[in-house]
Design a protein around this ligand. Structure first.
Ligand code: COA
Ligand code: UVW
Length: 324
C-alpha cells in the first residue's frame, strides 16, 4: 500500500506544531517522541518530572533532547491555569478542586491546549479512555455545530482503507447522535483520501427485522439524509449487505450503497469497539485511532494496547488536525 502517512508527514513537517504527551514516562511515548523530533515532524511537550523522564529515556537508549518537559508540580504558570480552569468550568469546580485536578497529567496537558501553549494532545497509552477524554470534554469542548464528540478508527490492510465509528465515546447514541457521527466521520474520511460511502449498521437490512434498535438506526438514516443530502449514505444494513456486492444485490437492491461502503457507523459503542478489535486482531487490520472528531482542538486517545508505532501515527494525525 502507498504509505498514507507519507503525505500526512509532508503536511506537518517543519511547522513546529506543539503536541503534548501527558504520559511522559511511558516507554512507547518516549520512543515515539524521539522519532518525531528526529524527523522534525512536531514539537513534543512531555509531562512529568524532568529527571525521571531523562533517566527513563537514557535507560532506553533514546534521546528526548528535542522535547520540552513540563512538571505540573513546579510549572511556573500554574496559577494562571488554575484561574482559567475555574473560569472555564463556570461554577463546576472550586479553586481548591482545580488546583488538585491540575496535578493530574491529563487535566494539566488539556489546559495547555486550551491556553494555546500546545496545539493538541495525545494520551491514553496508560489511561482509560474516560480518564483521557473527560478533561477535553469539560475544557476543550465540541465545536459550535457539533453536539457530541466521537471516536473513529482508520482500518488499514494492504490497499484497503475503511473508517469505523463510533468505537470510543458514545455508549448508546440516539438517532440524532448517530446521524451526526455519520456526517462527522465522512468528513474525517476525506482527511485520509477516502471518498465516503457511508453505511449505517444494524442486525437488520432495510427492515428485515424490526425492533427499537433497528428503528433507531433507520431513523438515523433519515435524519442524516436530511442533514447532509449530498452525502452518499444509506442503511440500515447488516455488515454483509454494506460490504459484499452480491449480498447487497439480494438484501438491498436499489440502494445507493452497493456493497461498496467504506465508512461504517456502528449502532452502539459495544458494537463499534468490539467490531474494530475483531477486525484488528482476527482480520489483521491496522487500527489507527481512535481519532476524536468535533472538538475545538485535537485531543486523541490511544488504546492501552498500543505500541510506539501507534503513538507515532496518532501524533501525526493530531498535528494534522491542529492544522485544519
Ligand atoms: C466519554 C465519557 C467518559 C464521558 O462520561 P462522563 O465523564 O461520565 O461524562 P459526563 O456525563 O459526566 O460529562 C462530563 C462533561 O463531558 C460532556 N460530554 C459527555 N459526553 C460527551 C460527548 N460525547 N461529547 C462531548 N461532550 C460530552 C458533558 O456534556 C459534560 O460537560 P460539562 O461538565 O461541561 O457539563 C463516557 O461517555 C464514557 O466512559 N464513554 C466510554 C469510553 C470508553 O470506555 N470507551 C471504550 C474504550 S475506547
Ligand atoms: C480504544 C480502546 O478500546 O481503548 P482501550 O483498549 O484502551 O480500552
Amino acid at each position: 500500500m502507498a504509505d498514507i502517512f507519507a503525505a500526512l508527514k509532508n503536511k506537518i513537517s517543519g511547522k513546529n506544531i506543539k503536541i503534548v504527551f501527558p504520559e511522559g514516562l511511558d516507554e512507547r511515548i518516549l520512543t515515539a517522541v524521539s522519532r518525531l523530533t528526529e524527523e522534525n515532524l512536531l514539537q513534543p511537550i512531555l509531562i512529568g518530572d524532568e529527571t525521571e523522564i531523562e533517566e527513563k529515556a537514557k535507560s532506553l537508549n533514546i534521546s528526548v533532547a528535542g522535547a520540552k518537559i513540563y512538571n505540573p508540580a513546579n510549572y511556573s504558570g500554574i496559577e494562571e491555569l488554575v484561574q482559567s480552569f475555574v473560569e472555564r468550568r463556570n461554577g463546576k469546580v472550586t479553586e481548591e478542586e482545580a488546583r488538585k485536578l491540575l496535578l493530574d497529567e491529563n487535566y494539566f496537558g488539556t489546559m495547555l491546549v486550551y491556553k494555546g501553549e500546545a496545539d493538541g494532545l495525545v494520551s491514553g497509552a496508560a489511561h482509560s479512555t474516560a480518564d483521557t477524554v473527560r478533561p477535553a470534554l469539560q475544557i476543550i469542548k465540541t465545536k459550535q455545530n457539533v453536539k457530541k464528540t466521537s471516536g473513529v478508527f482508520v482500518m488499514v490492510r494492504g490497499e484497503e482503507k475503511y473508517i469505523f465509528a463510533d468505537c470510543a465515546i458514545n455508549i448508546a447514541p440516539t438517532s440524532q447522535e448517530l446521524a451526526e457521527i455519520a456526517i462527522e466521520s465522512a468528513k474525517t474520511a476525506k482527511m485520509f483520501d477516502i471518498d465516503p460511502r457511508v453505511a449505517m449498521l444494524s442486525f437488520s437490512t432495510k427492515g428485515s427485522a424490526t425492533s427499537q434498535e433497528t428503528e433507531k438506526v433507520a431513523k438515523a438514516v433519515e435524519l442524516a439524509k436530511e442533514m447532509a443530502p449530498d452525502l452518499i449514505l444509506d442503511g440500515e444494513f447488516q455488515f454483509d449487505a454494506a460490504f459484499v456486492p452480491s449480498v447487497a444485490e439480494k438484501k438491498a437492491p436499489g440502494s445507493v450503497i452497493k456493497g461498496d461502503a467504506n465508512v461504517f457507523i456502528f449502532p452502539s459503542l459495544e458494537a463499534g469497539n468490539i467490531g474494530y478489535k475483531i477486525a484488528q486482531r482476527l482480520g489483521n487490520f491496522e487500527a489507527i485511532g481512535p481519532i476524536l472528531q468535533g472538538l475545538n482542538a485535537p485531543v486523541n486517545d490511544l488504546s492501552r494496547g498500543c505500541n510506539a508505532e501507534d503513538v507515532y501515527k496518532l501524533a501525526i494525525i493530531t498535528a494534522l488536525q491542529a492544522l485544519a
